[in-house]
Design a protein. Structure first.
Length: 526
Protein backbone atom coordinates (compact mmCIF):
# COMPACT_ATOMS: atom_id res chain seq x y z
CA UNK A 1 0.00 0.00 0.00
CA UNK A 2 1.51 3.32 -1.02
CA UNK A 3 -1.54 5.56 -1.43
CA UNK A 4 -4.52 6.31 0.79
CA UNK A 5 -6.75 4.96 -1.94
CA UNK A 6 -5.20 1.51 -1.55
CA UNK A 7 -6.85 1.23 1.90
CA UNK A 8 -10.14 0.68 0.09
CA UNK A 9 -11.14 -2.16 -2.23
CA UNK A 10 -12.73 -1.48 -5.63
CA UNK A 11 -16.30 -1.79 -4.33
CA UNK A 12 -15.62 0.56 -1.41
CA UNK A 13 -13.90 3.07 -3.68
CA UNK A 14 -16.84 3.11 -6.07
CA UNK A 15 -19.39 3.59 -3.27
CA UNK A 16 -17.44 6.32 -1.46
CA UNK A 17 -16.53 8.23 -4.63
CA UNK A 18 -20.21 8.13 -5.62
CA UNK A 19 -21.11 9.70 -2.27
CA UNK A 20 -18.32 12.27 -2.73
CA UNK A 21 -19.68 13.26 -6.14
CA UNK A 22 -23.17 13.52 -4.64
CA UNK A 23 -21.86 16.01 -2.06
CA UNK A 24 -20.54 18.26 -4.83
CA UNK A 25 -23.79 17.88 -6.78
CA UNK A 26 -25.75 18.90 -3.67
CA UNK A 27 -23.72 22.12 -3.49
CA UNK A 28 -24.59 22.96 -7.11
CA UNK A 29 -28.26 22.03 -6.64
CA UNK A 30 -28.58 24.34 -3.62
CA UNK A 31 -27.17 27.24 -5.64
CA UNK A 32 -29.57 26.52 -8.51
CA UNK A 33 -32.49 26.70 -6.10
CA UNK A 34 -31.51 30.29 -5.24
CA UNK A 35 -29.65 29.91 -1.96
CA UNK A 36 -26.46 31.90 -1.45
CA UNK A 37 -22.91 30.50 -1.59
CA UNK A 38 -22.38 30.50 2.19
CA UNK A 39 -25.47 28.36 2.72
CA UNK A 40 -24.51 25.94 -0.04
CA UNK A 41 -20.96 25.76 1.32
CA UNK A 42 -22.22 25.03 4.85
CA UNK A 43 -24.53 22.20 3.72
CA UNK A 44 -21.79 20.68 1.55
CA UNK A 45 -19.40 20.84 4.51
CA UNK A 46 -21.82 18.98 6.78
CA UNK A 47 -22.36 16.35 4.10
CA UNK A 48 -18.59 15.97 3.71
CA UNK A 49 -18.34 15.32 7.45
CA UNK A 50 -21.02 12.65 7.10
CA UNK A 51 -18.95 11.00 4.38
CA UNK A 52 -15.83 11.11 6.57
CA UNK A 53 -17.79 9.38 9.31
CA UNK A 54 -18.81 6.72 6.80
CA UNK A 55 -15.26 6.27 5.47
CA UNK A 56 -13.99 5.21 8.92
CA UNK A 57 -16.22 2.12 8.78
CA UNK A 58 -15.73 1.30 5.11
CA UNK A 59 -12.09 0.46 4.48
CA UNK A 60 -9.96 -2.68 4.33
CA UNK A 61 -8.77 -1.90 7.88
CA UNK A 62 -12.18 -2.57 9.44
CA UNK A 63 -12.66 -5.78 11.42
CA UNK A 64 -15.56 -7.59 13.06
CA UNK A 65 -16.19 -7.20 16.81
CA UNK A 66 -17.52 -10.58 17.87
CA UNK A 67 -18.79 -9.70 21.36
CA UNK A 68 -21.02 -6.85 20.15
CA UNK A 69 -21.59 -8.23 16.62
CA UNK A 70 -20.67 -5.01 14.87
CA UNK A 71 -17.93 -3.63 12.66
CA UNK A 72 -14.86 -1.98 14.20
CA UNK A 73 -13.65 1.30 12.75
CA UNK A 74 -10.38 1.59 10.86
CA UNK A 75 -8.80 3.00 14.02
CA UNK A 76 -10.31 0.37 16.37
CA UNK A 77 -10.00 2.28 19.63
CA UNK A 78 -6.51 3.64 19.10
CA UNK A 79 -4.80 6.50 17.25
CA UNK A 80 -3.32 4.29 14.56
CA UNK A 81 -4.36 2.39 11.47
CA UNK A 82 -4.26 -1.29 12.33
CA UNK A 83 -2.89 -4.05 10.13
CA UNK A 84 -5.52 -6.71 9.49
CA UNK A 85 -5.37 -10.30 8.27
CA UNK A 86 -8.93 -10.11 7.09
CA UNK A 87 -11.46 -7.31 7.04
CA UNK A 88 -15.19 -6.87 7.36
CA UNK A 89 -17.21 -4.98 4.79
CA UNK A 90 -20.50 -3.16 5.41
CA UNK A 91 -23.23 -1.97 3.08
CA UNK A 92 -23.32 1.87 3.31
CA UNK A 93 -26.86 2.06 1.89
CA UNK A 94 -28.38 -0.68 4.04
CA UNK A 95 -30.95 -0.11 6.76
CA UNK A 96 -28.70 -1.37 9.56
CA UNK A 97 -25.22 -0.86 10.93
CA UNK A 98 -22.92 2.02 10.08
CA UNK A 99 -24.67 3.30 6.98
CA UNK A 100 -25.10 6.74 5.40
CA UNK A 101 -28.30 7.53 7.33
CA UNK A 102 -26.78 6.63 10.71
CA UNK A 103 -23.70 8.71 9.93
CA UNK A 104 -25.96 11.62 8.95
CA UNK A 105 -27.86 11.24 12.22
CA UNK A 106 -24.66 11.56 14.27
CA UNK A 107 -23.64 14.77 12.47
CA UNK A 108 -27.15 16.26 12.80
CA UNK A 109 -27.15 15.56 16.55
CA UNK A 110 -23.91 17.52 16.83
CA UNK A 111 -25.38 20.43 14.86
CA UNK A 112 -28.42 20.50 17.17
CA UNK A 113 -26.18 20.79 20.23
CA UNK A 114 -24.11 23.60 18.70
CA UNK A 115 -27.26 25.40 17.50
CA UNK A 116 -28.56 25.73 21.05
CA UNK A 117 -25.29 27.23 22.30
CA UNK A 118 -25.41 31.02 22.46
CA UNK A 119 -21.63 31.42 22.68
CA UNK A 120 -19.72 32.71 19.69
CA UNK A 121 -16.89 30.36 18.76
CA UNK A 122 -14.16 31.29 16.34
CA UNK A 123 -11.98 28.55 14.89
CA UNK A 124 -8.78 29.40 13.05
CA UNK A 125 -6.07 27.35 11.41
CA UNK A 126 -2.64 28.71 12.31
CA UNK A 127 0.57 27.79 14.07
CA UNK A 128 0.51 27.78 17.87
CA UNK A 129 4.06 29.15 17.71
CA UNK A 130 2.93 32.40 16.06
CA UNK A 131 -0.45 33.62 17.32
CA UNK A 132 -2.13 36.62 15.73
CA UNK A 133 -3.08 38.20 19.06
CA UNK A 134 -1.48 41.14 20.92
CA UNK A 135 0.44 40.88 24.19
CA UNK A 136 -1.53 40.43 27.43
CA UNK A 137 -4.74 39.65 25.55
CA UNK A 138 -6.32 36.55 27.11
CA UNK A 139 -7.75 36.01 30.59
CA UNK A 140 -7.37 32.26 30.17
CA UNK A 141 -5.79 29.87 27.69
CA UNK A 142 -6.60 26.16 27.73
CA UNK A 143 -4.60 23.76 25.58
CA UNK A 144 -4.24 20.02 25.15
CA UNK A 145 -0.95 19.84 23.21
CA UNK A 146 0.56 16.76 21.52
CA UNK A 147 1.73 14.15 24.02
CA UNK A 148 5.34 13.95 22.88
CA UNK A 149 5.47 10.96 20.47
CA UNK A 150 2.15 9.30 21.31
CA UNK A 151 0.09 10.21 18.25
CA UNK A 152 1.21 11.01 14.67
CA UNK A 153 -1.56 13.57 14.17
CA UNK A 154 -0.74 14.86 10.70
CA UNK A 155 -0.22 11.40 9.22
CA UNK A 156 -3.51 10.11 10.60
CA UNK A 157 -5.27 13.30 9.50
CA UNK A 158 -4.40 12.44 5.90
CA UNK A 159 -6.90 9.56 6.11
CA UNK A 160 -9.67 12.17 6.34
CA UNK A 161 -7.91 14.98 4.47
CA UNK A 162 -7.89 13.18 1.11
CA UNK A 163 -11.67 12.72 1.21
CA UNK A 164 -12.38 16.26 2.41
CA UNK A 165 -10.11 17.58 -0.31
CA UNK A 166 -12.11 15.64 -2.90
CA UNK A 167 -15.52 16.81 -1.61
CA UNK A 168 -15.04 20.40 -0.39
CA UNK A 169 -11.41 21.26 -1.13
CA UNK A 170 -12.35 23.81 -3.81
CA UNK A 171 -14.57 25.69 -1.34
CA UNK A 172 -11.71 26.04 1.18
CA UNK A 173 -8.61 26.56 -0.98
CA UNK A 174 -6.66 28.02 1.95
CA UNK A 175 -7.12 24.78 3.92
CA UNK A 176 -6.45 22.34 1.09
CA UNK A 177 -3.55 23.97 -0.73
CA UNK A 178 -1.30 20.89 -0.39
CA UNK A 179 -1.87 17.27 -1.54
CA UNK A 180 -1.59 16.07 2.08
CA UNK A 181 -1.52 17.80 5.47
CA UNK A 182 1.61 19.88 6.21
CA UNK A 183 4.14 17.99 8.35
CA UNK A 184 7.14 20.29 8.80
CA UNK A 185 5.72 22.44 11.62
CA UNK A 186 4.10 19.69 13.69
CA UNK A 187 5.07 19.52 17.38
CA UNK A 188 5.53 15.75 17.68
CA UNK A 189 8.73 13.96 18.76
CA UNK A 190 9.14 11.82 15.65
CA UNK A 191 12.18 9.53 15.72
CA UNK A 192 11.95 8.21 12.14
CA UNK A 193 13.95 11.07 10.64
CA UNK A 194 17.10 11.67 12.69
CA UNK A 195 16.59 9.46 15.75
CA UNK A 196 14.97 9.74 19.18
CA UNK A 197 17.26 12.46 20.58
CA UNK A 198 16.69 14.71 17.56
CA UNK A 199 12.95 14.11 17.91
CA UNK A 200 13.10 15.08 21.57
CA UNK A 201 15.00 18.30 20.83
CA UNK A 202 12.59 19.21 18.02
CA UNK A 203 9.55 18.64 20.24
CA UNK A 204 11.04 20.72 23.04
CA UNK A 205 11.80 23.54 20.62
CA UNK A 206 8.30 23.56 19.11
CA UNK A 207 6.39 23.13 22.35
CA UNK A 208 8.64 25.77 23.92
CA UNK A 209 7.75 28.30 21.22
CA UNK A 210 4.06 27.52 21.72
CA UNK A 211 4.34 28.01 25.49
CA UNK A 212 6.19 31.30 24.93
CA UNK A 213 3.25 32.46 22.82
CA UNK A 214 0.91 31.48 25.65
CA UNK A 215 3.01 33.55 28.05
CA UNK A 216 3.10 36.51 25.66
CA UNK A 217 -0.63 36.64 24.97
CA UNK A 218 -1.72 35.83 28.55
CA UNK A 219 -2.59 38.66 30.92
CA UNK A 220 -0.44 39.00 34.03
CA UNK A 221 -3.45 37.97 36.11
CA UNK A 222 -4.49 35.25 33.64
CA UNK A 223 -4.24 31.49 33.93
CA UNK A 224 -3.19 28.82 31.45
CA UNK A 225 -4.43 25.24 31.73
CA UNK A 226 -2.19 22.71 30.02
CA UNK A 227 -3.19 19.06 29.71
CA UNK A 228 -0.49 16.43 29.36
CA UNK A 229 -0.24 12.65 29.65
CA UNK A 230 2.83 10.54 29.01
CA UNK A 231 4.58 7.86 31.05
CA UNK A 232 8.03 8.73 29.69
CA UNK A 233 10.18 10.97 31.85
CA UNK A 234 11.82 12.22 28.65
CA UNK A 235 8.46 13.65 27.63
CA UNK A 236 7.95 15.29 31.01
CA UNK A 237 11.48 16.65 30.95
CA UNK A 238 10.72 18.51 27.72
CA UNK A 239 7.45 19.90 29.12
CA UNK A 240 9.12 21.11 32.33
CA UNK A 241 11.95 22.76 30.41
CA UNK A 242 9.50 24.39 27.99
CA UNK A 243 7.36 25.79 30.82
CA UNK A 244 10.40 27.18 32.59
CA UNK A 245 11.80 28.87 29.49
CA UNK A 246 8.39 30.37 28.72
CA UNK A 247 8.19 31.97 32.16
CA UNK A 248 5.20 29.87 33.27
CA UNK A 249 4.92 28.08 36.61
CA UNK A 250 2.39 25.70 38.13
CA UNK A 251 0.00 26.88 40.82
CA UNK A 252 -2.00 23.68 40.86
CA UNK A 253 -2.38 20.31 39.18
CA UNK A 254 -4.79 17.42 39.26
CA UNK A 255 -4.82 13.99 37.60
CA UNK A 256 -8.10 13.22 35.86
CA UNK A 257 -8.99 9.68 34.80
CA UNK A 258 -9.46 10.32 31.10
CA UNK A 259 -8.34 7.16 29.27
CA UNK A 260 -10.34 3.95 28.79
CA UNK A 261 -8.70 0.80 30.18
CA UNK A 262 -10.36 -1.18 27.40
CA UNK A 263 -8.64 0.71 24.60
CA UNK A 264 -6.10 -1.33 22.67
CA UNK A 265 -3.32 1.07 23.64
CA UNK A 266 -3.80 0.09 27.30
CA UNK A 267 -3.80 -3.67 26.78
CA UNK A 268 -0.56 -5.47 27.68
CA UNK A 269 1.17 -2.15 28.25
CA UNK A 270 1.88 0.28 31.05
CA UNK A 271 -0.22 3.00 29.46
CA UNK A 272 -1.54 5.79 31.65
CA UNK A 273 -5.19 6.04 32.65
CA UNK A 274 -4.95 9.69 33.72
CA UNK A 275 -4.14 13.03 32.19
CA UNK A 276 -2.56 15.78 34.29
CA UNK A 277 -4.32 19.14 34.19
CA UNK A 278 -1.76 21.81 35.07
CA UNK A 279 -2.87 25.32 36.05
CA UNK A 280 -0.11 27.83 35.28
CA UNK A 281 0.52 31.53 35.75
CA UNK A 282 3.14 33.89 34.40
CA UNK A 283 6.22 34.11 36.59
CA UNK A 284 6.68 37.72 37.71
CA UNK A 285 9.98 37.39 39.59
CA UNK A 286 13.49 36.28 38.67
CA UNK A 287 14.25 34.81 42.08
CA UNK A 288 16.79 32.00 42.58
CA UNK A 289 16.38 29.32 45.26
CA UNK A 290 18.80 26.81 46.75
CA UNK A 291 17.69 23.20 46.55
CA UNK A 292 18.95 22.40 50.04
CA UNK A 293 16.64 25.12 51.41
CA UNK A 294 13.48 24.04 49.57
CA UNK A 295 14.04 20.26 49.54
CA UNK A 296 11.91 19.60 52.62
CA UNK A 297 9.14 21.87 51.27
CA UNK A 298 9.12 19.92 48.00
CA UNK A 299 8.96 16.58 49.83
CA UNK A 300 6.16 17.78 52.10
CA UNK A 301 4.19 19.09 49.13
CA UNK A 302 4.61 15.80 47.25
CA UNK A 303 3.68 13.62 50.24
CA UNK A 304 0.70 15.81 51.10
CA UNK A 305 -0.74 15.34 47.63
CA UNK A 306 0.28 11.67 47.48
CA UNK A 307 -1.86 11.01 50.55
CA UNK A 308 -4.84 12.36 48.61
CA UNK A 309 -3.97 10.52 45.40
CA UNK A 310 -3.54 7.24 47.30
CA UNK A 311 -6.94 7.67 48.95
CA UNK A 312 -8.45 8.22 45.49
CA UNK A 313 -7.10 4.90 44.23
CA UNK A 314 -4.50 6.34 41.84
CA UNK A 315 -1.73 3.78 41.38
CA UNK A 316 1.05 2.52 39.14
CA UNK A 317 2.51 4.81 36.49
CA UNK A 318 -0.25 7.36 37.14
CA UNK A 319 0.88 7.72 40.76
CA UNK A 320 4.40 8.83 39.82
CA UNK A 321 3.18 11.15 37.07
CA UNK A 322 0.64 12.70 39.47
CA UNK A 323 3.48 13.69 41.81
CA UNK A 324 5.22 15.85 39.18
CA UNK A 325 2.69 18.66 39.51
CA UNK A 326 3.06 19.20 43.28
CA UNK A 327 6.86 19.33 42.96
CA UNK A 328 6.65 21.86 40.14
CA UNK A 329 4.37 24.04 42.24
CA UNK A 330 7.35 24.67 44.52
CA UNK A 331 10.14 24.59 41.92
CA UNK A 332 8.31 26.70 39.38
CA UNK A 333 8.09 29.74 41.63
CA UNK A 334 11.79 30.33 41.02
CA UNK A 335 13.50 31.19 37.78
CA UNK A 336 16.37 28.87 38.73
CA UNK A 337 17.05 26.37 41.49
CA UNK A 338 20.67 25.66 42.36
CA UNK A 339 22.64 23.62 44.86
CA UNK A 340 24.99 25.28 47.32
CA UNK A 341 27.78 24.10 45.02
CA UNK A 342 26.34 26.25 42.24
CA UNK A 343 24.93 23.44 40.06
CA UNK A 344 21.58 24.17 38.43
CA UNK A 345 18.84 21.64 39.15
CA UNK A 346 17.67 20.59 35.70
CA UNK A 347 14.37 18.89 34.90
CA UNK A 348 16.03 15.44 34.73
CA UNK A 349 17.44 15.85 38.25
CA UNK A 350 14.08 17.03 39.58
CA UNK A 351 12.29 14.03 38.04
CA UNK A 352 14.85 11.67 39.57
CA UNK A 353 14.23 13.28 42.98
CA UNK A 354 10.45 12.96 42.52
CA UNK A 355 10.71 9.29 41.51
CA UNK A 356 12.84 8.47 44.57
CA UNK A 357 10.41 10.28 46.89
CA UNK A 358 7.40 8.57 45.32
CA UNK A 359 9.09 5.15 45.40
CA UNK A 360 9.81 5.38 49.13
CA UNK A 361 6.28 6.60 49.82
CA UNK A 362 4.67 3.88 47.69
CA UNK A 363 6.72 1.10 49.30
CA UNK A 364 5.66 2.12 52.80
CA UNK A 365 2.03 2.20 51.68
CA UNK A 366 2.16 -1.08 49.75
CA UNK A 367 3.87 -2.90 52.63
CA UNK A 368 1.43 -1.37 55.16
CA UNK A 369 4.22 -1.64 57.74
CA UNK A 370 7.00 0.93 57.15
CA UNK A 371 9.12 -0.71 59.88
CA UNK A 372 9.65 -3.73 57.62
CA UNK A 373 11.18 -1.64 54.82
CA UNK A 374 14.66 -1.71 56.35
CA UNK A 375 14.76 -5.51 56.17
CA UNK A 376 14.02 -5.67 52.44
CA UNK A 377 16.88 -5.80 49.94
CA UNK A 378 16.98 -3.28 47.03
CA UNK A 379 16.26 -5.91 44.34
CA UNK A 380 13.09 -6.95 46.15
CA UNK A 381 12.02 -3.33 46.55
CA UNK A 382 12.46 -2.96 42.81
CA UNK A 383 10.43 -6.11 42.10
CA UNK A 384 7.58 -4.97 44.34
CA UNK A 385 7.51 -1.48 42.84
CA UNK A 386 7.68 -2.87 39.32
CA UNK A 387 4.70 -5.16 39.88
CA UNK A 388 2.77 -2.25 41.41
CA UNK A 389 3.75 0.22 38.69
CA UNK A 390 3.91 -1.85 35.51
CA UNK A 391 2.39 -5.23 36.38
CA UNK A 392 3.58 -7.78 33.82
CA UNK A 393 4.15 -5.21 31.07
CA UNK A 394 7.38 -4.74 29.20
CA UNK A 395 8.80 -1.23 29.52
CA UNK A 396 11.27 0.85 27.56
CA UNK A 397 14.75 0.31 29.04
CA UNK A 398 15.30 3.88 30.24
CA UNK A 399 12.07 3.89 32.27
CA UNK A 400 13.06 0.59 33.89
CA UNK A 401 16.53 1.96 34.61
CA UNK A 402 15.10 5.01 36.36
CA UNK A 403 12.83 2.94 38.58
CA UNK A 404 15.77 0.70 39.48
CA UNK A 405 17.89 3.75 40.28
CA UNK A 406 15.20 5.03 42.64
CA UNK A 407 15.51 1.71 44.50
CA UNK A 408 19.29 1.97 44.69
CA UNK A 409 20.29 -0.61 42.08
CA UNK A 410 22.05 -0.40 38.72
CA UNK A 411 19.86 -2.36 36.35
CA UNK A 412 22.70 -3.24 33.96
CA UNK A 413 24.28 -5.35 36.73
CA UNK A 414 21.18 -7.54 37.03
CA UNK A 415 19.58 -7.98 33.63
CA UNK A 416 19.54 -11.48 32.14
CA UNK A 417 21.00 -12.85 35.38
CA UNK A 418 17.93 -13.22 37.57
CA UNK A 419 14.36 -11.98 37.35
CA UNK A 420 15.23 -8.92 35.20
CA UNK A 421 15.26 -9.60 31.46
CA UNK A 422 16.39 -7.24 28.70
CA UNK A 423 15.15 -7.84 25.17
CA UNK A 424 16.32 -5.21 22.67
CA UNK A 425 15.09 -1.85 24.02
CA UNK A 426 12.65 -3.37 26.53
CA UNK A 427 12.91 -4.52 30.14
CA UNK A 428 10.67 -7.24 31.56
CA UNK A 429 10.46 -8.54 35.11
CA UNK A 430 9.97 -12.31 35.14
CA UNK A 431 7.36 -14.14 37.16
CA UNK A 432 8.29 -17.46 38.81
CA UNK A 433 6.79 -19.37 35.86
CA UNK A 434 9.02 -17.41 33.46
CA UNK A 435 12.28 -18.29 35.24
CA UNK A 436 14.77 -20.73 33.76
CA UNK A 437 13.77 -24.41 34.16
CA UNK A 438 16.90 -25.07 36.22
CA UNK A 439 16.03 -22.27 38.65
CA UNK A 440 13.94 -24.54 40.90
CA UNK A 441 17.13 -26.42 41.84
CA UNK A 442 19.38 -23.35 42.08
CA UNK A 443 21.22 -23.25 45.41
CA UNK A 444 22.55 -19.68 45.37
CA UNK A 445 19.61 -17.34 45.89
CA UNK A 446 20.50 -13.64 45.69
CA UNK A 447 17.48 -11.92 47.25
CA UNK A 448 14.00 -12.33 48.71
CA UNK A 449 12.46 -12.54 45.24
CA UNK A 450 14.66 -15.52 44.31
CA UNK A 451 13.65 -17.29 47.52
CA UNK A 452 9.98 -16.47 47.00
CA UNK A 453 10.02 -17.58 43.35
CA UNK A 454 11.64 -20.90 44.21
CA UNK A 455 9.08 -21.43 46.96
CA UNK A 456 6.22 -20.73 44.53
CA UNK A 457 7.57 -23.25 42.03
CA UNK A 458 7.88 -25.83 44.84
CA UNK A 459 4.34 -24.98 45.96
CA UNK A 460 3.07 -25.64 42.45
CA UNK A 461 4.67 -29.11 42.65
CA UNK A 462 3.08 -29.56 46.10
CA UNK A 463 6.51 -30.09 47.66
CA UNK A 464 5.65 -28.79 51.14
CA UNK A 465 8.65 -30.46 52.80
CA UNK A 466 11.09 -28.70 50.47
CA UNK A 467 9.34 -25.35 51.09
CA UNK A 468 9.82 -25.75 54.84
CA UNK A 469 13.49 -26.67 54.35
CA UNK A 470 14.03 -23.60 52.13
CA UNK A 471 12.34 -21.27 54.62
CA UNK A 472 14.44 -22.68 57.45
CA UNK A 473 17.78 -22.64 55.61
CA UNK A 474 17.33 -19.05 54.39
CA UNK A 475 16.09 -17.75 57.74
CA UNK A 476 12.73 -16.66 56.29
CA UNK A 477 10.50 -19.04 58.25
CA UNK A 478 9.46 -16.39 60.78
CA UNK A 479 10.76 -13.33 58.95
CA UNK A 480 7.87 -10.85 58.99
CA UNK A 481 9.38 -8.69 56.23
CA UNK A 482 9.56 -11.68 53.89
CA UNK A 483 5.95 -12.69 54.44
CA UNK A 484 4.83 -9.08 54.14
CA UNK A 485 6.57 -8.83 50.76
CA UNK A 486 4.74 -11.96 49.58
CA UNK A 487 1.43 -10.55 50.80
CA UNK A 488 2.08 -7.15 49.19
CA UNK A 489 3.01 -8.59 45.78
CA UNK A 490 -0.17 -10.66 45.89
CA UNK A 491 -2.26 -7.57 46.63
CA UNK A 492 -0.85 -5.40 43.83
CA UNK A 493 -1.33 -8.05 41.11
CA UNK A 494 -4.69 -8.17 39.30
CA UNK A 495 -7.30 -10.86 39.88
CA UNK A 496 -6.77 -13.87 37.67
CA UNK A 497 -2.99 -13.38 37.53
CA UNK A 498 -1.16 -16.73 37.82
CA UNK A 499 1.53 -15.38 40.16
CA UNK A 500 -1.16 -13.91 42.41
CA UNK A 501 -2.91 -17.28 42.60
CA UNK A 502 0.35 -19.02 43.50
CA UNK A 503 1.11 -16.43 46.18
CA UNK A 504 -2.34 -16.78 47.71
CA UNK A 505 -1.88 -20.54 47.89
CA UNK A 506 1.55 -20.19 49.49
CA UNK A 507 0.34 -17.62 52.02
CA UNK A 508 -2.59 -19.84 52.96
CA UNK A 509 -0.14 -22.50 54.13
CA UNK A 510 2.12 -20.13 56.09
CA UNK A 511 1.16 -21.42 59.52
CA UNK A 512 1.63 -25.05 58.52
CA UNK A 513 5.13 -24.33 57.18
CA UNK A 514 6.06 -22.48 60.36
CA UNK A 515 4.69 -25.29 62.50
CA UNK A 516 6.59 -27.93 60.50
CA UNK A 517 9.76 -25.87 60.69
CA UNK A 518 9.42 -25.42 64.44
CA UNK A 519 8.87 -29.15 64.98
CA UNK A 520 11.89 -29.93 62.82
CA UNK A 521 14.06 -27.65 64.96
CA UNK A 522 12.83 -29.30 68.17
CA UNK A 523 13.63 -32.76 66.80
CA UNK A 524 17.08 -31.51 65.89
CA UNK A 525 17.75 -30.67 69.54
CA UNK A 526 17.54 -34.35 70.44
Amino acid sequence: MNTWGSLFNSRQQLALITFADAVKQAHQLILKEGYDEDYAKAIATYLALVLNKLVVFNSSNCTWKVDTTQVRSAFAGRQALQMTWDYFETNPISQAGTNWLNSLKVVLEGIEIVKDNNLFIKTTQSSATNLSYPDNYFDAIITDPPYYDSIPYSYLSDFFYVWLSRTIGEYYPELFATPLTPKSDEAVAYSHNDGAEAGKQYFEEKIGLAFQEISRTLKTSGIAVIVFAHKSTDAWETIINALSKAGLYLTGSIPIHSEMKSRLRAMDSAALASSIYMVCRKRTSAETAYFEEIESEVQEKIKERLDHFWSQGISGSDFFISAIGPALEVFGKYQTVETYAGDTIEAATLLEFIRKTVSEYALTKILKNPQELGGIDPQTRFYLLWRWTFGNSKVIFDEGRKLASACGIEITEYWNKGFIKKDKEFITVLSPKDRDKKFIDQEKLENMVDILHQMLLLWEKNNREKITELLTSTGKLNNNAFWQVAQSISEVLPDGDKEKQMLQGLLYGRESYQKAGSESKQLGLF
